[in-house]
Design a protein around this ligand. Structure first.
Ligand SMILES: Nc1ncnc2c1ncn2[C@@H]1O[C@H](COP(=O)(O)OP(=O)(O)OP(=O)(O)O)[C@@H](O)[C@H]1O
Ligand SMILES: [Mg+2]
Length: 561
């Protein structure tokens, strides 16, 4: 074959390969994507998957109840149907879901009521319970059963699967029920999962949910039929947080391009004033000095470069920090009550910090508690260890601890400074609740928080403050224990020494005893006075530490301004 002929053959085969490639080009839906990548939704590991399913259903129930001002009663049941085969049933007394929306709620990935708003809620992606429907059908081939009822309407029951090709719900057996029921009940079967009564199991998950949601009543029945009830310790539903508009400091060019598509504003000026948090006539005046196009322009006609100019101007001028109306912390009193009722510690200190802002535009707040003694700490075969309970918007995060900013903040603390020696091996529970209008999760499985600088810093400051208080208590307690031991030892040996001295000196045994007791008492008093002096010094050091960290904080705030 000549060189030319050879080239022609190789060109033809290249063309054929390219055509083959073109023919193999296919689209796939988000449902098909997550079906293949269920680990991205946190569905991996048998025990973990079971807890994640409970987590998805329970967080939805809590969100729904809170949004309608209902004190939540949530019932979770797990039945073992076979080897690594379970049925999970979660029932709530929330507002129920309309006939029109129930299909999409449980049978369409990336659909829901929470994604497009800036408000503190547990769910934010629209992928939680629909992900469970998909997991159920892909492991058992079965549909998820839903019963849902709204006030003054007949409840309905239906079965849902997702068509993976279209990511659309398929509803079967839709019926109206002749009974009274307001709320939502979901029942679904899963294979390849495992129930364990462990730190990562559903019972511990619900216990932590109860701690962070003192207004909720949770009941749980495990596969052996064992029932546990976490009673509410507070009778008031948290006030509904207010939705806030995006803060100019946190917005990107791309977001502006998206926002202008749906804005009702007729000019860029009114778009800036009405569609953002903390903007007003003063900001417009300042922006006019920086921006090179007419702010009376129709916002829908904004091009990329102009949106870039707006973002640059937002960065250059000052705005008041974002509104914190969208945040609802649990509050020190409620954390105190629920930790005391569930963990029953010997000592407890709680702190709710003031709201702060991360990434320029997202308000957030940190709540910390340190519990010592009682049922605090993690029980291991090696004795009690420090336990870190992480929460985001009151939702427990039992997995991916190593990846999480909240864990990193705890690890960065030098506990020895606060007299908590060997913190890792102490009966201590550190409770951290991070609340925000948007939690910067590191993945769709929503189990760990990204290392945002401001979040890390706030958690550290809160830990230092509560760590100090815990340290003082623990040192007091240790000294007390040492003194008791000393007293016991001295008194144990006095009779023996008195007897021995009596046989050598012939002085009356009782007389020696009483003199020795007097001596010991004086020695102990001296020791106690010395300890009290040391404790005072320690408290002073800690107090100074606290002042200097507040000063550093103020300096930093000053710098930021
Ligand atoms: N128990 C329930 N009661 C009322 N509405 C519910 C309930 N469960 C789900 N929904 C509705 O279904 C929607 C979809 O729920 P899903 O768990 O899939 O997503 P999400 O909660 O919005 O976000 P995330 O993926 O972060 O959980 C919710 O936004 C809510 O509107
Ligand atoms: Mg959800």
């Amino acid at each position: 074959m000549s060189k030319n002929q050879e080239e022609n053959v190789s060109n033809t085969s290249l063309e054929q390969d390219a055509t083959k490639l073109d023919l193999s080009f296919k689209e796939h839906s988000i449902a098909e994507f997550f079906k293949k990548n269920k680990q991205m939704l946190g569905f991996y590991g048998k025990v973990r998957t079971l807890t994640m399913i409970v987590h998805e259903y329970v967080t939805n129930s809590l969100d729904a109840c809170e949004e309608t001002g209902t004190l939540p009663n949530i019932d979770v049941k797990i039945d073992e149907l076979g080897n690594e085969y379970y049925e999970i049933t979660v029932t709530d007394n929330g507002p129920g879901i309309s006939k029109e929306n129930v299909g999409k709620a449980f049978g369409k990935l990336l659909a829901g009521t929470k994604f497009h708003r800036l408000i503190q809620s547990r769910g934010q992606q629209g992928i939680g319970c629909s992900g469970c429907t998909m997991l159920s059908q892909m492991t058992t081939g079965k549909a998820s059963k839903i019963i849902t009822g709204r006030k003054e309407k007949k409840p309905i029951s239906l079965e849902i699967t997702i068509d993976p090709k279209t990511n659309e719900p398929k509803i079967t057996n839709l019926k109206e029920l002749e009974k009274n029921f307001v709320g939502t009940a979901v029942q679904a079967k899963f294979k390849g999962i495992l129930y364990r009564d462990s730190e990562q199991g559903p019972l511990e998950y619900l216990k932590r949910t109860a701690i962070a949601n003192p207004h909720a009543q949770l009941s749980f029945r495990d596969p052996q039929g064992q029932k546990t009830i976490f009673k509410r310790t507070h009778d008031k539903v948290p006030d509904l947080p207010k939705e806030i508009k995006p803060h100019p400091k946190g917005v990107t060019v791309d977001e502006i391009i998206t926002m202008v598509k749906t804005t009702k504003a007729r000019t860029v000026q009114s778009f800036i004033m009405n569609d953002f948090d903390r903007t007003g006539t003063k900001s417009i005046q300042e922006m006019k000095k920086i921006i090179n196009f007419d702010l009376n322009k129709d916002p829908k006609k904004i091009v990329w470069d102009e949106a870039e100019e707006i973002v640059k101007a937002f960065k250059a001028i000052d705005f008041i920090a974002p509104s914190v109306d969208a945040l609802r912390p649990i509050g020190e009193e409620q954390i105190n009550k629920s930790l005391n009722s569930i963990i029953k510690p010997e000592f407890l200190t709680v702190l709710t910090r003031k709201p702060a802002v991360y990434a320029g535009g997202f308000p957030f707040q940190i709540e910390i508690a340190i519990a010592y003694g009682g049922e605090s700490g993690k029980v291991t075969s090696d004795g009690k260890k420090m336990e870190i309970m992480r929460f985001a918007n009151r939702v427990p995060l039992p997995f991916d601890a190593g990846n999480c900013a909240l864990t990193h903040a705890v690890q960065s603390i030098d506990w020895k400074r606060y007299n908590i020696k060997d913190a890792e091996n102490s009966p201590v529970t550190v409770f951290i609740n991070f609340i925000s209008v948007h939690i910067p999760y590191t993945g769709a499985g929503k189990q760990s928080v990204a290392d945002e600088e401001e979040v890390l810093e706030e958690v550290r400051l809160a830990l230092m403050n509560t760590g100090r208080r815990a340290g003082i208590y623990i040192s007091h307690k240790k000294k007390e224990e040492e003194n008791q031991l000393k007293r016991k030892m001295f008194y144990k040996y006095i009779p023996e020494i008195a007897r021995a001295l009596n046989s050598i000196t012939k002085v009356n045994e009782e007389e020696i005893k009483s003199k020795m007791e007097k001596l010991v008492l004086e020695k102990l008093k001296l020791d106690e006075a010395k300890d009290a002096e040391e404790m005072k010094k320690l408290e002073e050091i800690m107090e100074n530490d606290s002042k200097s960290s507040v000063n550093n904080e103020n300096k930093k705030k000053g710098k930021k301004k």
